[in-house]
Design a protein around this ligand. Structure first.
Ligand code: KIV
Length: 309
């Protein structure tokens, strides 16, 4: 079963909700979600044919330079959701509700979720299990699809004592399964499972009727998500073991900028081909001026000689 029904129609949360069935059962292709935070990254991931674009609150870390995700606000998230949505991607745009945007009251929660929808999201994501059921229900009551997020929930970094694998003992594993059941019963259309042992992810996947999307949850989930900057090798401050790097864009980009700097400093950039020759446009009186005359008279043949000292 293809993850989506058509290349042209925009993917919706209900399209995703029915893509249940891990690859081992041969019943569905695993879902693919990748984060994006701006128009260029959204165009790249959508052209690659992903099913969902997550405008994640990892924005705080991989784009804005913070050490955790707690620093972004609903306004920040809406700004970046809008940039992604402006590219009219085929993929479902999921807007991440940031820390404290759904913890205070259901009224605030619904307004914050609505802000992401008005910015262009087709669904929102929030972190946490049983504690978040009221928030999930309130958002669903406003007709906004909700994706859950269990296991390592980075917005709880202080409460969890760091970015650590979750569900490692029986009690913790049971709690994750119970939370997943609760979220699915509340109406979440999919659940992210972050940094949990594969056996726990498999148990959750086998238990809940909605797709699970793993990140550090092993291969038994119904789909996988990675952060754009991790999979392209742009972010290298943290390198969790679940990240597979498909490119070294960070290193390539640094090398490209180094070459540019060297070309500028040696006079090899810009070349004549990279220059507007305005001779025909300049008024006659300017052509006799020494400085401009140099530009006008420039010899198109030289492109890579260093500038005179
Ligand atoms: O914010 C994010 O990018 C996420 C993913 C790590 C799932 O929540």
């Amino acid at each position: 079963m293809a993850a989506t029904t058509s290349r042209t129609r925009r993917v919706t949360a209900p399209d995703i909700a029915i893509q249940k069935g891990p690859i081992r059962e041969g019943s569905a292709k695993p879902l693919v979600m990748v984060t994006a935070y701006d128009a260029p990254s959204a165009r790249i991931v959508d052209s690659a044919g992903v099913d969902m674009i997550l405008v994640g609150d990892t924005l705080a870390m991989v784009v804005l330079g913070y050490d955790d995700t707690l620093q972004v606000t609903t306004d920040d998230m809406a700004h970046h959701v809008a940039a992604v949505a402006r590219t009219s991607p085929r993929a479902l745009v999921v807007g991440d509700l940031p820390w404290l945007s759904y913890h205070v009251s259901t009224t605030e929660t619904v307004h914050n979720a609505a802000a992401l929808v008005r910015a262009g999201a087709g669904a929102v994501k929030l972190e946490g299990g049983r504690k978040r059921v009221d928030a999930v229900k309130a958002i669903l009551d406003a007709e906004i699809p909700v994706m859950g997020h269990l296991g390592l929930t980075p917005q709880s970094v202080h409460a969890l004592g760091g970015f650590r694998v979750q569900g490692k003992d029986l009690e913790a594993a049971r709690a994750i399964v119970d939370d997943a059941i609760t979220l699915a019963e509340a109406g979440c259309f999919a659940i992210v499972l972050e940094c949990v042992p594969d056996a726990v992810a498999r148990l959750v996947t086998d238990t809940v009727p909605v797709p699970t999307i793993g990140i550090g949850g092993g291969r038994h989930c119904d789909g996988q998500v990675l952060v754009f900057h991790d999979l392209l090798g742009i972010e290298d401050r943290l390198q969790p073991k679940f990240v597979r790097r498909y490119a070294e864009v960070g290193a390539d980009a640094t090398a490209a900028v180094e070459r540019f700097a060297a070309d500028v400093r040696s006079g090899r950039f810009p070349s004549s081909e990279e220059t507007y020759h305005a001779a025909d446009l300049l008024p006659d009186e300017l052509k006799i001026d020494g400085t401009v005359a140099h530009v006008v008279d420039a010899d198109d043949s030289e492109t890579s000689e260093p500038a005179p000292a």
